[in-house]
Design a protein around this ligand. Structure first.
Ligand code: ADP
Ligand code: MG
Length: 692
C-alpha cells in the first residue's frame, strides 16, 4: 500500500480542485477558504459540476448535505445525481444543489427555537471543510439553520466562534504591529475508546441500549497491574487499528498515534492537529468509522464515557492553539517567555477567560456519560483550573508576587551510557491531572467526554478568549506607552485571575477544599453544571461575540438538560427491565436449585452437609428481595419526575441516579454469589478479556 497515494484519495482536496476547476474559479474559491471572503455565487455551478464529475469517477451516485444537528451525531439524507432526460437520465449537481439544501428537519432537537409545524430548515455548504466520497455518496459539509435564521447545528456557531476569535486576535496583533490575513484556531483531539467482542456485546441489553454496563461486579483483574497502557497490541486489535488508519487516511484524516490505554480493552487514537472546523468534522467521521471498521472485525467500538465501572472511562483531550496564516503560533512562548510580551498577554487573556467563564466551560462538556468520569480517579475533577507547568508557573508567580524571575535552564539528558544519545530535557514536566493544561505551545482541555462532539467546548473556548482579547484591545488601544501599558495590563489580569492557576495534583484530596476556598465552581452533575448557560454574563458573552443569540444559548442549554434526563430515563428503564426479567428470575432459579439440593441431601442422609447451601440460599434471597425493593423505589420515583428541563434534570441527578446505584449494588452482590451457569449476562471478565 502506498500511503501517500491512499491519503485523501476520497477527498475533493486542493490539488483535485486545482486540476479540475477553471483557474479563475479556483482562485475565487481559495480566497473564500483562506481569507474568509464571502463565496461568489457565480462560481458555484462550475464547482458543483467539477465536484460531481470527480465524485462519479469515484463511484458515487448520490450526494448529501452532511450536517451536525444538536445531537452528538451527524445527519445525512442522500439524493441521487440523476435528472430525467427524455427516456434517459443525466447526472447532475447544480450550483444551487451544492450551496443550499432543505431537509425536512422537524425531528431534530431545536430546544424550542422552532415549532414542529414550522419545520423548515436549510443546510448551506461550508467550503472550508473539504467534501468527500464515502460508500457511493458525495458528502458536502454544511451548516444547518432554521427558516427564521436561528442556527440548529454545531457547525454554524463553530464557524462564528472561529471568526470571532480571528477578528479579535487580529486587533490584538495589530497593537504589536503584526498584520496578518487570518488567525486560525487549531485543534487536535485525542480520542479514547473501548473494543469488545461483538458476540459478547450482543448479550448485554445495557450495552446495546445505553452504551454502558448498568450492572457488573468488578472482575478479579482490573487495571491494577498497569500492564495494558502502551502494551503490545493483540493481533486482532492491531488488525483493526491498521484497517482504521487506512480508512481514515483515505478520507484525509491525519491519524497519527495509536496505543493501548490504561483500562483493559481501552485504546486511543490521536490525529495531527488541523483547523478547528476541519478537526471537528474529522473527529465526527473518525467516531463513525471506528464503529464501522470495528464491526468488520467482529468487534464493537464503545465510545461511551464510562462503559465499565471500576476501570478508567474514555475522554478526549482537546489540544487547542491559535496561529496566523504566516505560521506564528500565538501560544508559543519561545525560548524566553519573560521577554515575549505578546505571548504573555495572550496567556493572561486565556487565563482570564477561563476564570471568568469557568461555569460555561465546564457546562460545555457536561453529559450523563461524562458525569461518571469527571472527578473519578481517571479524569480531572469537575473543577476548572489551569496548569502552567514549572517554567511558566514560576514566571507567573514572579509577576504576581513581584519577585525576581530566575529562568530554569533546559539541561541535556543522558542515561549515562556512552553509546546512548544526549537528548534535550523539557523545562516543564507533564501534568496529567489538570483539566486545562499548558503543554508547550498549546492548551490541552482534558475534560471532554469521548462520545461528545468536540464542537461545543471549542465554541465556548473561542468565544470567551475572543471576549478577553477584545477587552485587552479596548484597554490598550491608544495607550501612550504601549509597552508599559501592556505589561501592566498583563500583570493585572494575572493577579486578578491567579486563583484559577493550580500547578499541583488535581486528583489529590486537598484540591477540592482548596478550590472551594478559592471560590471556584465545582458543579459535579450535568443538572447542576448546564444552568450556568442561563446566567446573564454567559448569554452576554455569546451575544457580544456574535456566536449565539440569547434564544440560541437558552435552546442549547435546554437541549443539554433534556438529553441528560432522557438518557438517564432510558438507563433506568433498561435497568428495571434487566433486574425484573433476567436477574431476579435467574437468582430465584439458583436459590430453588440450592433448596432442592438441601432437600435431596437431607433425604439421603442427615450426615450430608447443607450448611453452605443454606447460608447461600438465605443470602441470595435476602439480596434479591432488597434488589426488587430498590427497583420498586426507582420505578415509583421515575413516575414522579416533574415536567420542565431544570426540575426534571435535578430529580434525575439527585434522586434517580442514587436509586439506580442502589439497584446496582444489590445486583452486583448477587452476581458474585450466583453460579456462572445461572447468571444471565456475560461478566466484566467476559467483556474485557474476550478479545485475544
Ligand atoms: P503531547 O505529547 O503533549 O500530548 P503531542 O505533540 O503528542 O503533545 O500532541 C498531542 C496532540 O496535540 C496531537 O493531536 C497534536 O497534533 C496536537 N497539537 C500539537 N500542536 C498543536 C497546536 N499548535 N494546536 C492544536 N493542537 C496541537
Ligand atoms: Mg495529551
Amino acid at each position: 500500500m502506498n500511503v501517500t497515494e491512499l491519503f485523501a484519495s476520497n477527498v475533493f482536496h486542493d490539488e483535485v480542485m486545482k486540476n479540475l476547476l477553471p483557474k479563475e474559479v479556483y482562485k475565487s474559491l481559495r480566497k473564500t477558504i483562506d481569507e474568509g471572503k464571502p463565496l461568489d455565487n457565480s462560481i458555484s455551478s462550475a464547482v458543483a459540476n467539477a465536484m460531481k464529475d470527480w465524485a462519479v469517477s469515484k463511484g458515487a451516485t448520490h450526494y448529501t448535505h452532511w450536517f451536525q444537528p444538536l445531537t452528538n451525531l451527524t445527519a445525512e439524507k442522500h439524493d441521487s445525481f440523476i435528472e430525467p432526460d427524455g427516456d434517459k437520465v443525466i447526472l447532475q449537481l447544480t450550483g444551487k444543489n451544492l450551496i443550499v439544501g432543505e431537509p425536512d428537519a422537524s425531528s431534530f432537537p431545536s430546544g424550542g427555537t422552532r415549532a414542529t409545524a414550522a419545520a423548515r430548515g436549510y443546510t448551506a455548504w461550508d467550503p472550508t471543510s473539504p467534501a468527500f466520497v464515502k460508500e457511493g455518496t458525495l458528502y458536502i459539509p454544511t451548516v444547518f439553520v432554521s427558516y427564521t435564521g436561528e442556527t440548529l447545528d454545531k457547525k454554524a456557531p463553530l464557524l462564528k466562534a472561529m471568526t470571532a476569535l480571528d477578528l479579535q486576535a487580529k486587533r490584538l496583533l495589530k497593537l504589536f504591529g503584526i498584520e496578518c490575513r487570518k488567525v486560525s484556531t487549531t485543534v487536535g483531539p485525542e480520542q479514547e475508546y473501548f473494543l469488545v467482542d461483538e458476540e459478547v456485546f450482543n448479550q448485554r441489553k445495557d450495552l446495546v441500549l445505553t452504551g454502558r454496563t448498568l450492572f457488573g461486579a468488578p472482575p478479579s483483574r482490573g487495571q491494577e497491574l498497569e500492564d495494558h497502557y502502551f502494551g503490545a497490541l493483540k493481533t486482532r486489535i492491531a488488525d483493526f487499528m491498521r484497517d482504521l488508519d487506512e480508512t481514515l487516511w483515505s478520507y484525509g484524516i491525519f491519524a497519527k498515534t495509536k496505543h493501548n490505554e490504561a483500562a483493559p480493552a481501552q485504546h486511543e487514537l490521536a490525529p495531527v492537529f488541523t483547523t478547528m472546523n476541519v478537526a471537528v468534522d474529522s473527529n465526527q467521521l473518525t467516531m463513525e468509522l471506528m464503529k464501522k471498521v470495528a464491526k468488520k472485525h467482529g468487534l464493537v467500538c464503545l465510545l461511551h464515557e464510562k462503559p465499565f465501572e471500576g476501570v478508567n472511562g474514555s475522554g478526549k483531550h482537546n489540544n487547542w492553539s491559535l496561529s496566523t496564516d504566516g505560521g506564528l503560533n500565538l501560544l508559543d512562548p519561545g525560548e524566553t517567555p519573560e521577554n515575549n510580551p505578546l505571548f504573555m498577554l495572550v496567556l493572561a487573556c486565556v487565563i482570564a477567560a477561563v476564570d471568568n467563564y469557568q461555569g460555561i466551560l465546564r457546562a460545555s462538556v457536561a453529559s450523563a456519560g461524562n458525569d461518571h468520569r469527571l472527578g473519578a480517579d481517571e479524569a480531572p475533577p469537575a473543577i476548572i483550573s489551569v496548569y502552567l507547568g514549572d517554567q511558566l508557573g514560576a514566571l507567573v508567580d514572579s509577576i504576581v508576587y513581584s519577585r525576581q524571575y530566575v529562568p530554569k535552564k533546559a539541561v541535556p539528558g543522558s542515561i549515562g551510557v556512552p553509546e546512548s544519545p544526549i537528548f534535550p530535557i523539557d523545562t516543564t514536566d507533564r501534568n496529567r491531572t489538570s483539566p486545562f493544561a499548558f503543554t508547550g505551545n498549546k492548551f490541552e482541555f482534558r475534560m471532554l467526554g469521548s462520545q461528545a462532539s468536540v464542537a461545543d467546548p471549542n465554541i465556548v473556548l473561542n468565544t470567551i478568549v475572543a471576549q478577553a482579547f477584545s477587552e485587552a484591545v479596548e484597554a490598550l488601544e491608544g495607550a501612550k506607552d504601549f509597552t508599559k501599558a501592556c505589561k501592566a495590563y498583563t500583570e493585572k489580569l494575572l493577579k486578578e485571575h491567579y486563583r484559577i492557576i493550580f500547578n499541583y495534583n488535581g486528583y489529590g484530596p486537598d484540591w477540592e477544599p482548596e478550590a472551594e476556598r478559592r471560590g471556584l465552581l465545582n458543579n459535579k452533575t450535568t443538572a447542576d453544571a448546564v444552568p450556568e448557560f442561563f446566567k446573564r454574563e454567559a448569554i452576554d458573552v455569546f451575544v457580544r461575540q456574535g456566536v449565539y443569540t440569547e434564544k440560541e444559548v437558552i435552546a442549547r442549554a435546554n437541549i443539554a438538560l433534556e438529553n441528560y434526563t432522557k438518557t438517564i430515563n432510558i438507563e433506568a428503564l433498561t435497568m428495571i427491565e434487566m433486574a425484573q426479567k433476567d436477574i431476579f428470575p435467574a437468582v430465584n432459579a439458583y436459590v430453588t436449585e440450592l433448596c432442592s439440593a438441601i432437600v435431596a441431601k437431607r433425604a439421603v442422609s442427615e450426615k450430608l452437609a447443607v450448611n453452605a447451601d443454606m447460608v447461600l440460599a438465605e443470602k441470595l434471597s435476602t439480596v434479591n428481595d432488597a434488589m426488587m425493593a430498590a427497583v420498586d423505589k426507582l420505578e415509583k420515583d421515575l413516575f414522579e419526575v416533574p415536567a420542565g428541563e431544570v426540575p426534571a434534570s435535578q430529580v434525575m441527578a439527585h434522586v434517580i441516579v442514587p436509586d439506580m446505584e442502589e439497584v446496582r449494588r444489590c445486583a452486583d452482590k448477587l452476581e458474585k454469589l450466583t453460579a456462572s451457569s445461572h447468571w444471565p449476562y456475560p461478566t466484566y471478565t467476559d467483556l474485557m478479556y474476550s478479545v485475544r
